[in-house]
Ligand binder design. Structure first.
Ligand SMILES: NC(=O)c1ccc[n+]([C@@H]2O[C@H](COP(=O)([O-])OP(=O)(O)OC[C@H]3O[C@@H](n4cnc5c(N)ncnc54)[C@H](O)[C@@H]3O)[C@@H](O)[C@H]2O)c1
Length: 416
């Protein structure tokens, strides 16, 4: 394939060379900086990336003098990996400023505008694949309006780490692609199939944007947790490597996809109180961060967010509020540490009349007569078949309730 590539910096030049060699593709690239040409000419050293010397020996990239040259040379796909930088003060090498800011999108906007205009001028249908890191909403708000009828837009970031870019690009855990256009998604997925057989996760543009940064943020969270354990170990005589080795054996619940889906807050007889005990220990040991205290507080604030949503729909509809589920997990009557009970308490503190029922807990369970604002606080199977009165609103944090005629179902944080 003839593939276009705009932005041949650290990520771009490394991945473009790997794409050229391992897919036997011909890459035409554009970068306003001379550095990529100088790297290929051997005049300056390449980025410090394992395997890049071999790629430079084995293959090459052609350079265009403008984005229009890239558009003219491509069979249809143009990858864009220009910088979306932060002020260096946000880089992490020194203390962060008081206020966080978004990435700087000026370079990316300029690159996409130039490529999209060239496609229209040449009347050439192309797919622009934006690789640069952006926050959710950016592509639709800032990039899509720049694209005319000849341009299909895909957001397709990479999960690569500096120094292992070649390996991460050639053998990724998965390929992430976000687009409104299924044909564009299929074409770009086919392009990656020429270099590996890793699974493709095709989602909406916004989900792809968020998944890219959520991936990195989850790693940051794991590291902060591991370092909290290290600090406690230093102060108690426990050994943090023994803790890490034990947690790594917990492949059902810890090192696994378990507990990664949005829903009700953490519940049960152990977790909320363990977090509180650890928060107490943080004070006792004068830890640098009361992480679990913050987790406890976050659980209550996230429940308050659900309470806001319930209150909003109650006021909008004028309907009474009924919570379905006191149990803390599906299809049992256990209510210890139940986030459903916490939500009911928070709603009552707002002087809302709340009925709270549970098919597994209450002997006299009956659905109320007439439409309600229902909140599905336990993921019992029964709820999916319950006869919800038409005119009701169902707020479902678990995302499992089916559509029912005349019922407005809000699967929190889900588009469908
Ligand atoms: N480097 C990484 O390990 C890594 C990993 C994941 C994601 N990313 C993301 O990928 C993007 C690129 O990162 P990078 O490290 O390669 O940045 P970089 O600064 O090294 O390279 C960006 C390149 O884009 C060029 N450029 C600027 N405007 C352009 C335009 N209009 N047309 C063509 N080229 C243009 C610049 O001259 C530069 O060579 C960023 O959004 C970054 O957050 C980088």
């Amino acid at each position: 394939m003839n593939i276009g590539w705009c932005g041949l910096g650290r990520l771009g030049i490394t991945c473009a060379l790997a794409m050229a060699k391992h897919g036997s593709h011909h890459i035409t690239g554009y970068d306003p900086s001379d550095r990529p040409r100088q790297i290929l000419a051997g005049e300056v050293p390449p980025p410090e990336e394992a395997g890049i010397e071999d790629l430079l020996d084995a293959t090459a990239i052609d350079f265009a003098d403008s984005p229009a040259g890239v558009v003219a040379a491509t069979d249809g796909v143009v990858l864009v990996s220009v910088q979306t930088p932060h002020d260096p003060r946000f880089g992490g090498e020194s203390r962060m400023p008081d206020r966080p800011v978004d990435f700087e999108y000026g370079y990316l906007v300029q690159a996409v505008r130039d490529i999209a205009q060239a496609a229209e001028k040449q009347a050439k249908p192309i797919t622009i694949v934006v690789v640069s890191t952006v926050l959710p909403g950016t592509t639709r708000a800032r990039l899509a309006p720049l694209c005319g009828p000849n341009v299909r837009l895909v957001y397709g970031p990479y999960f690569i780490a500096m120094s292992t870019t070649v390996q991460d690009f050639l053998q990724p855990e998965f390929v992430l692609l976000g687009s409104d256009d299924p044909h564009a998604l299929a074409d770009v997925a086919d392009m990656y199939k020429t270099i590996h057989d890793r699974p493709v996760h095709a989602v909406s543009i916004e989900s792809a944007e968020l998944l890219k940064v959520a991936y990195n943020c989850f790693i940051s969270m794991k590291i902060v947790f591991a370092n909290m354990v290290m600090e406690i170990c230093q102060k108690t005589g426990a050994d943090c490597d023994q803790i890490a080795d034990g947690l790594a054996l917990a492949t059902d619940r810890i090192a696994s996809p378990a507990y990664m889906r949005g829903g009700m807050g953490d519940s049960g007889g152990c977790h909320p109180r363990d977090n509180q005990a650890m928060s107490w220990l943080a004070g006792r040991l004068a830890l640098s961060v009361d992480l679990m205290g913050y987790v406890s507080e976050a659980r209550e604030r996230q429940s308050a967010y659900l309470a806001d949503l319930v209150e909003h729909w109650h006021r909008m509809s004028g309907l009474p509020v009924t919570l379905l589920g006191k149990a803390y997990k599906p299809n049992v009557s256990l209510t210890q540490g139940s986030a459903g009970l916490l939500l009911a308490e928070q709603l009552r503190e707002r002087d809302l009349q709340v009925d709270h029922k549970d098919i597994w807990v209450d002997d006299d369970f009956d659905l109320p007569v007439g439409p309600q604002v229902y909140v599905i606080t336990a993921k019992h199977d029964y709820h999916t078949a319950a006869a919800i009165a038409p005119g009701s609103v169902v707020i479902d944090p678990h995302g499992y309730m089916p559509d029912q005629p005349g019922v407005t179902t809000i699967r929190v944080g889900r588009k469908t």
